[in-house]
Design a protein around this ligand. Structure first.
Ligand SMILES: [Zn+2]
Length: 354
């Protein structure tokens, strides 16, 4: 290929690349400004804004985040289930509360949203009663929400809970699966881009484990893992010797919004972008909490394979383990399981299971 042809092709490529380009980079400066401490934020607020920008798909603003540098939005792409934080002024947003909403582009965007895969899943998994209610007591619902993948797959979703813990370290190996045997990892993780993990995080764990969190974030930066950050509440209340129906967040329903939003604040100020998933502490929920979760645009994630409890994973399972050293037996069992089936399974990203 001669140089003129090469240059022409480069020129054409640049035109297309520009047309495909996302928003200007300053629109996405949230995380870098949080990490260099040039940004202070307030507690996120629940909202529902239907937003658009040139060359961007429909984005739904689910939180407004007031900051020392103006307003940001936690936005959701309802087709891909992915979230991001974007400067509000970079987007054109419509609110249902505005008087001319019905005649605006916002009404069209709203109907696109209500036809989207995310909205259908949100409705399905916050519907009442949850799928396991019949098997449990009438007063406390357990394991509501999604417990396995929606689309059939031969893969498994790995989730790791980081509930508050007084233990100093964390399950380092769990985040690396088989660090001494990268070939096993490659077989288990068929998709490139790191081991996909859903990490259900609590603010209190973050508070007491800054160094450990930094290590996990570094793994993400290095491409070893690809983490979807799941909200697991801020303080994860638990009362010894109380029945399920009077335990966990069910006991403190009025504090639920604060538990969710304070945890999002802890995540955001520590450089973690909250996803659209929520894991109930103890997997214990109620009708009231399910309704709230719908309003918060969060999909509850249960599990049909809490591995320390002896529940065996099957293809499509959402596997539950603990990464906070409180349930090491589960980690041992998981590794045994993965080693045994290493040639035939893969781990999949929770956002790609619909
Ligand atoms: Zn927990």
């Amino acid at each position: 290929m001669n140089i003129t042809v090469s240059l022409k092709l480069l020129f054409i490529f640049l035109i297309f690349a520009t047309a495909e380009a996302a928003l200007p980079s300053h629109c996405y400066d949230f995380n870098s400004r949080i990490s260099d401490q040039s940004l202070e934020i307030k507690l996120p607020k629940v909202t529902q804004l239907f937003c658009q920008a040139q060359n961007e798909p429909l984005l739904v603003g689910i939180r407004t985040i007031e900051s020392s540098a103006g307003e940001y939005l936690l936005v959701l792409n309802p087709q891909t289930f992915k979230t991001n934080v974007i400067k509000r002024k970079c987007l054109k947003c419509f609110s249902e509360d505005s008087p001319d909403f019905e005649d605006s582009q916002g009404a069209i965007l709203q109907s696109d949203y209500q036809d989207s895969p995310f909205y259908h899943m949100l409705e399905t998994y916050t519907q009442l009663p949850g799928p396991m209610v019949e098997r449990l007591s009438a007063t406390a619902d357990q394991n509501d929400g999604m417990v396995r993948t929606v689309a059939p797959t031969d893969g498994y979703v790995l989730t790791i809970d980081m509930c508050p813990s007084s233990k100093h370290g964390y399950e380092r190996d769990l985040f690396r699966l088989f660090p001494d045997d990268p070939q096993v990892n490659q077989k288990i993780v068929k998709k490139v881009g790191g081991i996909p993990i859903g990490v259900a995080i609590t603010g209190l764990w973050i508070k007491r484990h800054k160094a450990q969190l930094a290590e996990i974030k570094q793994l993400q930066k290095d491409g070893v893992v690809q983490i979807t950050w799941i909200n697991h509440s801020y303080s994860h209340p638990y009362y010894r010797n109380r029945p399920m129906s009077e335990n966990f967040l069910v006991k403190q329903q009025s504090k639920f919004p604060r538990e969710v939003l304070l945890n999002e604040y802890a995540m955001l100020t520590n450089g973690l972008i909250p996803s659209v998933f929520f894991r109930y502490p103890g997997l214990v929920s109620s009708r009231n909490l399910q309704q709230k979760l719908f309003e918060f645009s969060l999909i509850p994630v249960g599990s049909d394979a809490w591995i320390a409890k002896g529940q065996r994973p099957h293809p499509g399972s959402i596997i539950l383990t603990h990464g906070n050293l409180n349930e090491h037996a589960g980690v041992v069992r998981l590794k045994k399981f993965l080693r045994r089936v290493r040639g035939s399974v893969n781990l999949v990203d929770i956002t790609q299971t619909f």
